[in-house]
Write a protein that binds this ligand. Structure first.
Ligand SMILES: [Zn+2]
Length: 233
């Protein structure tokens, strides 16, 4: 038998979760809900991708039943500015992709030779995959959002408060990763890699950061030694 949730009175978990969301947004005086799922386009969509979107959709459907006046949307966000750390075993042209390890996924050629980049291909496969199950969602790309400037205000706020953010965040990660941690991940202007750079200075007064390309990963990618200062926007 299903257990009844003490607070909401519902028995099935999507309804229990939806009930909790309704309580929370009423408390906050809001009338909408935006749910987000994340996709790392370093590989093809798989059962984990399905599970994340399915579970979130179940909750939004329950929400639509118990509170139809609340506007609920699902955004499937692709972290396609992330770098490629490893080449998946189930893609073609692995040797080509290997040469681009450490670069942002939208800067790597499509190993299938069909789309503008590695990430564009994987993003297309994600949408086809989700569409085949009839999920209702809006797709968003991290690269597109960055380029559109929608993150600009947030990026400048983060830069302005970087000291406090570093202090709070580094407490949550393992000690060996704390030194030199920054909320920013600059792309090296010389070799194009994102995982080979290390931030050496934050400059909120002019919206920039300084970095050096000095982090290599054994057998995967090498840093190029370049040093530079770039805008965070
Ligand atoms: Zn470099």
């Amino acid at each position: 038998m299903n257990k009844i949730d003490d607070k909401t009175g519902y028995t099935q978990w999507p309804f229990i979760e939806a009930g909790r969301i309704v309580e929370r947004i009423k408390r906050q005086g809001k009338s909408f809900v935006i749910a987000q799922t994340g996709y790392g386009p370093s590989g093809l969509p798989h059962i984990g991708t399905f599970g994340e979107v399915a579970r979130t959709s179940f909750v939004l459907q329950a929400l639509n039943i118990i509170a139809p006046d609340i506007d609920a949307r699902l955004i499937s966000f692709s972290d396609d500015m992330d770098g490629l750390r490893e080449v998946p075993k189930n893609i073609p042209n692995r040797r080509m992709a290997q040469k681009h390890l450490g670069k942002p996924l939208t800067s790597i050629p499509d190993p299938y030779g069909e789309e503008a980049s590695y990430a564009h291909y994987m993003n297309r496969r994600l949408r086809e995959f989700l569409d085949s199950f009839g999920f209702k969602y809006e797709f968003a790309s991290s690269t597109d959002k960055y380029k559109s400037g929608v993150f600009n205000d947030g990026l400048l706020r983060i830069l302005g408060k970087h000291e406090r953010i570093i202090e709070l965040f580094t407490k949550t990660i393992s000690e060996d990763k704390r030194a030199g941690w920054s909320p920013f991940f600059p792309i090296c202007e010389s070799c194009g890699k994102i995982y080979s750079t290390k931030v050496t200075g934050h400059h909120p007064e002019n919206g920039s950061i300084s970095y050096e390309c000095s982090v290599s990963a054994e057998d995967k990618f090498k840093s190029c030694g370049h040093k530079g200062t770039v805008s965070v926007l």
